[in-house]
Design a protein around this ligand. Structure first.
Ligand code: HEC
Ligand code: HEC
Ligand code: HEC
Ligand code: HEC
Ligand code: HEC
Length: 500
């Protein structure tokens, strides 16, 4: 396939390094809840563990220069490659303002502060996701124009080494591994991008990011099941795909042998689905590593690691869970979150020689069946196989099929639909649908009417927007949870008619 190197998220950080950092995480919330961390000086030192924000093995030690540095150039046209929309869109997306959620004028935050006895703005465990990780110094250049939310460098990488070379014209078509060696994360790679987003939208021990159960119980909104492409679309992306760039740029890229888009949209979603599952498994493994360390810094069990609905459901009979059965899982023992399994399952199913997602995770899930909440020591060991398996699957799918492979797209759509038709979790079905709907809506394999009917049916029952993702549209509709059997039935596609 393309010349693009396979690029995987970083390896597990060392447990010893993790322990130091989790002190930060645990100090305000998992420790004595009333402990005040009111003054900035109270904050512990930065962590040394590798974060999962897209860094690669070639990571350099780099420092942060601040958003103002980037915006100086990126608020105007930068050749034909990137334009003023970059800063414009970022300024309007949720991230540039994410720190504002931490002020006490936010009612939820005020409630969280009251219950946990913290001041959110000065609590590393909140700031790590709503502004910058503890590896990144506070941004000082806040102006009315430019807020101190999640900075360019939080996602793109600390810039001290790449700032100069990347503004040169030669930079554009450098191989991605060369760019990464200067510390710029290869966010066009689906697996790197998934690791980056999921570090905050799922959690990441290496960069001090975890919504603990105490935070949830105190009022933090549940993190929503995350599908990278639809959430990207909902952001109002500040980037353009290569096919949307001017003809001249595309020609130059082709002449230089440079492909920024190795994968078409369906493969991007599938690879990212595996990346998100990887982050979810890694979160459990990393937290277990800290919990079983010599001086454990976190309490175990940590309920937020588990499937919320294992505990938070109504006591009604007959129950849907009982009717569906528990797969191979011991009834009544909280397992890991199930929402990442549908899309990752479809990714595995659409790739040759890959195990089923349940088989891949069996050694790990067995630990949560063996004793309630699992033993951290055993979880650390049991996670290794599944993580390696997920990495292998990502490597097999990477760099992905180029756009325009109709037969391959059809197989991927069918894998997604069968994952939806077998879903035993409503959020797993939503994540699958987020990847399936845009693919199905434009597939030439089904007739226009059939596609539209199928998309409308799936979208309606899940409360999604069939027309594609727009800001806010990925929010599940606030209706009652639909019957999972009706959800499954909605995913059964008609036979292809190939009417164009
Ligand atoms: C692991 C990353 C993470 C951590 C840690 C975290 N948050 Fe959040 N927070 C998020 C994300 C992501 C959302 C958006 C939720 C969604 O839409 O899925 C959010 C949403 C919120 C919201 C609602 C959004 C709004 O604008 O009203 C508030 C309030 C909030 N967080 C406060 C806090 C506070 C206070 C803390 C510390 C006790 C904290 N968060 C810790 C990631 C995090
Ligand atoms: C929440 C993470 C995040 C933040 C914050 C962020 N970016 Fe990005 N940026 C991305 C991702 C992801 C991509 C590429 C996505 C893809 O190709 O699928 C990207 C792409 C880009 C591109 C490539 C544009 C193109 O059309 O080729 C530029 C330039 C860029 N970002 C600059 C910035 C600047 C400047 C800031 C701060 C003002 C910023 N980004 C903030 C995640 C982020
Ligand atoms: C001196 C001006 C300048 C500054 C400062 C600057 N950029 Fe850029 N940036 C550019 C130009 C010019 C391009 C397009 C390069 C090209 O033509 O290949 C670019 C491209 C990019 C891209 C797309 C790269 C790719 O390979 O597709 C990203 C991402 C990016 N910049 C991020 C940043 C971030 C983050 C910062 C701040 C740390 C920053 N830039 C600061 C001028 C600048
Ligand atoms: C540094 C942590 C961080 C990273 C990295 C990050 N996010 Fe977020 N994201 C947040 C937080 C915190 C919020 C909630 C902000 C608020 O509501 O105040 C959020 C909100 C969002 C929202 C808006 C949700 C809504 O309420 O509508 C979308 C969409 C989103 N993120 C997508 C992405 C994507 C896509 C990526 C990767 C390219 C990404 N995020 C990377 C922390 C992060
Ligand atoms: C092992 C069981 C278990 C799991 C798993 C679990 N919780 Fe809880 N949760 C509890 C218990 C017990 C309470 C305390 C109830 C009380 O105080 O009466 C609680 C309380 C809460 C509360 C406040 C009380 C309420 O119902 O409004 C919220 C919100 C919450 N949990 C959210 C979550 C989220 C989000 C997840 C998944 C990330 C989750 N929980 C996973 C057992 C669990």
């Amino acid at each position: 396939m393309g010349h693009r190197p396979r690029r995987l998220p970083t390896a597990l950080p060392r447990p010893g390094a993790l322990a130091a950092f989790v002190l930060l995480l645990a100090a305000p919330v998992a420790g004595p809840l009333q402990r005040s961390v009111g003054r900035a000086e109270d904050l512990p030192p930065p962590p040394t563990a590798a974060p999962a924000t897209g860094a690669t093995s070639a990571t350099v030690t780099a420092t942060f220069k601040g958003t103002e540095t980037c915006v100086r150039c990126h608020r105007s046209e930068q050749g034909e490659w990137t334009g003023p929309a970059t800063t414009l869109h970022w300024r309007e997306d949720a991230h540039s303002r994410a720190h504002l959620a931490l002020t006490p004028t936010n009612e939820r935050t005020a409630a969280i502060e009251r219950v946990l006895g913290i001041e959110a703005r000065r609590t590393r465990a909140c700031v790590a996701c709503h502004s910058h990780s503890s590896a990144e110094p506070a941004v000082t250049e806040e102006t009315p124009l430019l807020h101190a939310g999640i900075s360019c460098e939080t996602c793109h990488g600390a810039s001290s080494a790449y700032l100069e070379p990347h503004a040169a014209k030669e930079w554009r078509f450098l191989p991605t591994e060369k760019k990464s060696s200067f510390g710029m994360h290869d966010l066009r790679s689906p697996s790197v991008k998934a690791a980056n987003c999921a570090a905050c939208h799922v959690g990441d021990i290496g960069s001090g990011r975890l919504v603990t159960h105490a935070m949830y119980a105190a009022g933090h909104p549940p993190l929503r099941p995350f599908e990278v492409e639809s959430f990207s679309a909902a952001l109002g992306p500040h980037w353009r795909r290569i096919e949307a760039k001017p003809e001249q740029v595309r020609a130059e890229a082709a002449a230089a042998g440079y492909r920024t888009e190795a994968a078409g949209p369906i493969d991007r979603s599938l690879i990212e689905g595996l990346g998100v599952l990887r982050q979810s498994v890694r979160l459990a493994a990393d937290l277990a590593a800290v919990a079983e360390g010599e001086t454990p810094q976190v309490s175990w069990p940590e309920l937020s690691l588990h499937d919320c609905r294992a505990c938070h459901h109504a006591l009604i009979l007959p129950s849907e869970r009982q009717a569906l059965g528990y797969r191979r899982h011991v009834p009544g023992r909280p397992t890991l979150p199930r929402w990442p399994l549908g899309l990752a399952g479809a990714a595995l199913r659409s790739t040759p020689d890959q195990p089923a997602v349940d088989d891949l995770l069996t050694p790990l899930l067995a630990e949560f069946d063996a004793v309630p909440f699992g033993s951290p020591r055993r979880v650390v060991v049991a996670a290794k196989g599944p993580l390696a398996g997920i990495d292998a699957a990502i490597a097999t799918l990477t760099p992905g099929r180029a756009p325009g492979d109709e037969a391959g797209d059809r197989a991927a759509i069918e894998a997604l639909a069968s994952a939806g038709a077998a879903a035993d979790d409503i959020d797993a079905a939503r994540v699958v649908a987020a990847a399936l709907l845009p693919a199905l809506a434009t597939s030439p394999t089904w007739g226009a009417d059939e596609r539209r009917d199928a998309c409308d049916r799936i979208a309606a029952i899940l409360g999604l927007d069939p027309a594609g993702m727009s800001p806010g549209s990925h929010r599940p509709a606030p209706t009652a949870t639909p019957d999972i059997r009706a959800v499954r039935a909605a995913f059964i596609l008609p036979a292809p008619t190939a009417a164009r």
